[in-house]
Design a protein around this ligand. Structure first.
Ligand code: GCV
Length: 699
């Protein structure tokens, strides 16, 4: 029973508890009338009937007469009666194909939910249900809403052997062995959950790609998934291994200039579109961390991306070409390499190529300044890549509300066109007009009953979808919505737990990587602290490369006196980052090598301040535990207990982070821990000896 609660995500549809609100809903809604008979409209009708029946605690049925009072009318605008069309003519004109109108008509006698497409109607239905799930008024509605970003997509790093790279919620949900004939109910539930938050695309397989996904044997399976997802408005995309023409095509080369290679990709693409006419396109990781790419043949990213784009263009498909590149042959600061490599290509990609850029220049850390590529390539559509799975943030054991992190990045000002040039405006195409816009999230979904491993990790999937729909949403609003839909509308629950979620992001930064530290996680699996690691073959894989602690201080000098990574930002920002006194303290050690005795803004020395931040992180998790401890009356037993246990682990691990890092850095600072910072209970040798050969996600 409770396990089912976990599985139902934010679509619990619990009966409305507040009697006044319940009565007002009950008197407004007696039935549903649907126009149209597509599969999507059938799904939307079932959703609204079942959702309302469950929320209202009374059966809501189809009503045949569209003129009846107290009904919800749904349908694509072109299929509505002429009279209804008349009512929303103006509203419908201003929204795009995925946008919808929710409008009360005839003195609140009817609610009309409509859009230009069937999927827009489905989105509208989920929005309407959200109003009830969060106990909002449904009188006098005049809502028009439409997504600000076109490609709102999950990236699954799922392997064909059903393991998930950086996956912490069980194995892959794609059962390749049983596909295409067995359609797991999970696929349908997955599509429904995504549609409820407006996600409209999914890349099924890992960017560290296996060419076999492009063989007929797998096409059948991919087609079955695409057919399942289609009525929910979700397109399927695949990763394309650049060397596939050699590996499965028996060609001698994968050189993008070779006509045979070009033909191979054209034929391959045509083959896909034969069975999946709305196939979305390819996501490519090329010449990055050992993946093959055009540079293997002396060509560049533009050559590679454009070749694939030409193959996809006749069918309307796109290429998402990743900018996550850094090379073992390049001794320059890793944080600079993607910008250096890609910015000169601005304007050279085909129209159906979008460059996928991680939120920061290193790799999905608890905090990174925004990636300097945002704002630096005005002639090229750039899409955001966030990581929903918590590779560097405590896996699915730690409660960290990521929309707070996402919002911080999206609202960062790049100054590329003067003040107010936020990252959000770059990726939604409003600053430099681009037709193709996108946001990708590396999925945190697996075969666990609760999908994401941690009940609160579901909020990160939810929040990603909401921000992909509207990158200007406030993370607080998202947390509140999610809590009300997932757990309870009781204010005594919502308010403290919302605060706990919002604070959780800064907590993880504090106990893992305060003041701009980064990439000091243990090797390979990235679980737990490993600031001492220095023995890996590539320098930039070692934590010591990033923190550079020595007798003089700690931090990576990326200012103009160091690697000069700051010069990749607009002058207004570079000036701030360059100046140690002006650099935001949250990014201090990202940009500066700072003396242990440096005075922070609060008057503490850097050493004391660093130690205090680690302690603060531990305390914050302690506060999370005590907040949660009081929530027992409002939460079902199973989820209450799960979260309680997970917070206990998080607290233990926060202390582990604090003790291990402070003992290690203390060797360089040579200073005592300040008052208020607890003494470690183990030695540095002990922490260094911990090994986790079977940590998940590292296959
Ligand atoms: C899919 C990081 C991760 C890798 C991941 C890579 C990427 O380096 O540790 O597992 O590979 O990012 O984003 O391509």
């Amino acid at each position: 029973m409770s396990a089912q609660k976990d599985y139902k995500l934010w679509l619990q549809y619990n009966k409305v508890e507040d009697a006044t609100i319940l009565n007002s809903y009950r008197s407004t809604i007696k039935g549903v009338h649907a126009f149209g008979n597509s599969e999507t409209i059938a799904i939307a009708t079932k959703e609204i009937e079942q959702g309302l029946s469950s929320l209202l605690g009374q059966e809501i049925h189809k009503i045949n007469n569209e003129n009846s009072a107290n009904i919800i009318v749904i349908g694509k605008t072109s299929e509505l009666s002429a009279e209804l069309q008349q009512n929303i003519q103006k509203d419908i004109r201003i929204i795009n194909n995925e946008g919808y109108v929710i409008k009360t008509l005839n003195n609140n006698k009817q609610v009309l939910i409509t859009g230009k497409t069937d999927v827009a109607v489905l989105y509208g239905v989920f929005h309407f249900l959200r109003l009830l799930q969060t106990n909002q008024s449904i009188s006098n509605l005049a809502i028009t809403d439409a997504p600000k970003i076109n490609v709102r997509i999950l990236n699954h790093w799922d392997n064909l052997n059903e393991t998930v790279e950086r996956g912490y919620a069980g194995s892959s949900i794609w059962n390749w062995q049983k596909l295409p004939d067995f359609i797991d109910q999970r696929y349908i539930d997955y599509a429904r959950a995504n549609a409820s938050i407006g996600i409209n695309g999914t890349v099924l397989n890992n960017v560290n790609a296996n060419a076999l996904i492009l063989t007929p044997q797998y096409f059948e399976k991919v087609t079955a998934l695409a057919n399942t997802f289609r009525p929910y408005g979700i397109k399927v995309y695949l990763t394309a291994r650049f060397s596939a023409p050699i590996e499965i095509g028996k060609l001698k080369t994968a050189d993008p200039y070779d006509p045979e290679v070009q033909k191979w990709w054209k034929d391959k693409t045509a083959e896909i579109y034969k069975s999946i006419p709305d196939f979305g396109g390819f996501l490519v990781k090329a010449n990055s961390e050992g993946q093959p790419g055009p540079q293997n043949y002396g060509r560049n990213h533009v050559d590679g991306a454009n070749m694939l784009a030409d193959a996809l263009a006749p069918f309307g498909g796109i290429v998402m070409w990743r900018a996550f590149v850094y090379s073992e042959h390049n001794t320059d600061d890793r944080a600079k390499q993607a910008y250096s490599e890609f910015v000169p290509y601005d304007g050279k990609f085909r129209d159906n190529v979008i460059v996928q850029v991680k939120n920061g220049a290193i790799d999905f850390q608890p905090r990174e300044p925004f990636h300097p590529m945002f704002g630096a390539m005005p002639k090229t559509p750039l899409m955001m890549e966030f990581q929903i799975t918590q590779e560097y943030l405590g896996f699915s054991t730690h409660l960290v509300f990521l929309p707070k992190l996402f919002q911080e990045v999206l609202q960062s000002d790049t100054y590329s066109k003067g003040k107010g040039s936020t990252v959000a405006k770059i990726i939604d195409g409003s600053l430099d007009p681009h037709k193709l816009t996108g946001m990708a999230g590396v999925a945190n979904i697996g075969s666990d009953i609760n999908w994401c491993g941690h009940p609160f990790a579901q909020a990160n999937w939810y929040g990603f979808g909401r921000l992909a729909w509207n990158p200007n949403l406030d993370s607080k609003t998202i947390a509140e919505e999610w809590l009300r839909m997932t757990f309870s509308n009781n204010e005594k629950f919502v308010q403290p737990v919302q605060e706990m979620m919002i604070d959780s992001r800064e907590a993880v930064v504090n106990y893992m990587t305060p003041l701009g530290l980064h990439h000091i996680m243990d090797t390979g699996h990235h679980y737990g602290p490993g600031p001492w690691v220095s023995n890996l073959s590539r320098p930039e894989w070692n934590p010591v490369y990033y923190h550079k602690a020595d007798k003089n201080g700690i931090g990576f000098d990326r200012s103009s006196t160091g690697s000069n990574a700051t010069a990749q930002y607009a002058p207004e920002i570079a000036k701030e980052f360059n100046d140690i006194a002006k650099c935001p303290e949250k990014d201090l050690l990202w940009f500066h090598h700072v003396s242990w005795d440096y005075k922070l803004k609060n008057g503490a020395t850097l050493w004391d301040g660093l130690a205090q931040k680690y302690q603060e992180g531990v305390n914050q998790v302690g506060n999370m535990q005590s907040t949660w401890g009081k929530m027992k009356p409002y939460v079902d037993e199973q989820r209450f207990h799960e979260v309680e246990m997970l917070l206990n682990i998080q607290h233990k691990e926060a202390k582990w982070w604090r003790d291990a890092c402070l003992l290690y850095f203390q060797q360089f600072s040579g200073k005592e821990l300040p008052n208020g910072v607890e003494k470690p209970t183990q030695t540095l040798e002990y922490f260094e000896s911990l090994k986790f050969p079977f940590a998940p996600g590292n296959n």
